[in-house]
Design a protein around this ligand. Structure first.
Ligand code: PBG
Length: 331
């Protein structure tokens, strides 16, 4: 018997061989591009902590959306940055508010060529930066927030969103939004539930991206990074409430959670998404800018790892660029 008896290296000896036996592949259609649209600007504004990402005008937003379509990107997720904020986040409900206008603009640009999604949360719209409205003593009021979320769902559906993405981690949010959209005749608008969303330090750059007014943290509503089992509870509640897709967020520090969620979602027959968030983006960009890692290879490997762990689709700020590389056959 020859030694070694097994030579796994045989399947690694050429690019063609490795390609043949690769268990996971990257495809543009599995990527979702998060984008920011800001009110009251005439040129795109760079986000310092996210090199290469900008706050768009309505105009450049349209262009980014049509570029994503050309590259075969699967979805686009919109975040809005309003000019004025108040305690109730009322600009979120205004059909002429920045996000609802952005949804209409993108939808009229791309039609059904890409899945148009919108962030359904109050944090960009409130003057205190929390994801919900506050009680008199400053706590986030779960049930009062739900009422507004339901109205936001209807407003975004009417603006043309194919799916809404509730990201505020209020208990019962999926059920209330589903009911409100159904009552408004919007049965066909889907819900991508931020089911297992952790209270993460890696959201830092996003706070700059949306000019967040938050002081303090979101630990009373977002999940504790220490917890694993609880993610399955959150996912099963959201599915019972009518979520069409479930998401884990952040991605890279939570690949174990993603694996668990992928397995339980498989049993329930629903697709799983993961959000490679702003801090994950910033870390790779910063290390690459210093010449410490090979940028493109690190980007591709990071997204591949998220797919391999169990995500069917990945929200990533590199979606368009990565889609281009994939089309060019680089990854
Ligand atoms: C809340 C929301 C956040 C992100 C997406 N939706 C911020 C938060 O929860 O504090 C973070 C995304 C990222 O960091 O890339 N609307």
């Amino acid at each position: 018997m020859a030694f070694p008896s097994h030579r796994p290296r045989r399947l690694r000896q050429s690019a063609a061989m490795r390609r043949l036996v690769a268990e996971t592949r990257l495809h543009p259609a599995d990527l979702i591009l998060p984008v920011f649209v800001r009110e009251g600007i005439s040129e795109p504004v760079a986000i310092t902590s996210m090199p290469g990402v900008v706050q768009h005008t309505q105009d450049t937003l349209r262009r980014a959306a049509s570029e994503a379509v050309e590259l075969g990107v699967g979805g686009i997720m919109l975040f809005g940055i309003p000019e004025t904020r108040d305690a109730m986040g009322s600009a979120s409900l205004d059909p002429e508010g920045v996000l609802n206008r952005g949804i209409r603009a993108v939808k009229s640009e791309v039609g059904s060529d890409i899945v148009v999604m919108s962030d359904l949360c109050l944090d960009e719209f409130t003057d205190h930066g929390h994801c919900g409205v506050l009680t008199a003593d400053g706590a986030v009021d779960n049930d009062a927030t739900l009422e507004i979320y339901g109205q936001m769902g209807v407003a975004q559906a009417e603006a043309g969103a194919d799916m809404v993405g509730p990201s505020g981690m209020m208990d019962g949010q999926v059920a209330v939004i589903r009911q409100a959209m159904d009552d408004a005749g919007r049965q066909d608008t889907g819900i991508l539930a931020y089911a297992a969303k952790y209270s993460s330090a890696f959201y830092g750059p996003f706070r700059e991206a949306v000019d967040s007014q938050l002081t303090g943290d979101r630990k009373t509503y977002q999940m504790d990074p220490a917890n694993r089992r609880e993610a399955l509870l959150e996912v099963s509640l959201d599915l019972d409430e009518g979520a069409d897709l479930v998401m884990v967020k952040p991605a890279m520090s939570y690949l174990d959670i993603l694996r668990d969620v992928a397995e339980s979602a498989f049993e329930r027959g629903v697709p799983v998404s993961a959000y490679q968030i702003s801090g994950e983006y910033a870390m790779i960009e910063a290390a690459a800018a210093n010449g410490w890692i090979d940028r493109d290879a690190a980007v591709a490997e990071s997204v591949l790892s998220i797919r391999r762990a169990g995500a069917d689709t990945v929200l990533t700020y590199w979606a368009a660029e990565l889609a281009r590389w994939i089309k060019e056959g680089r990854f």
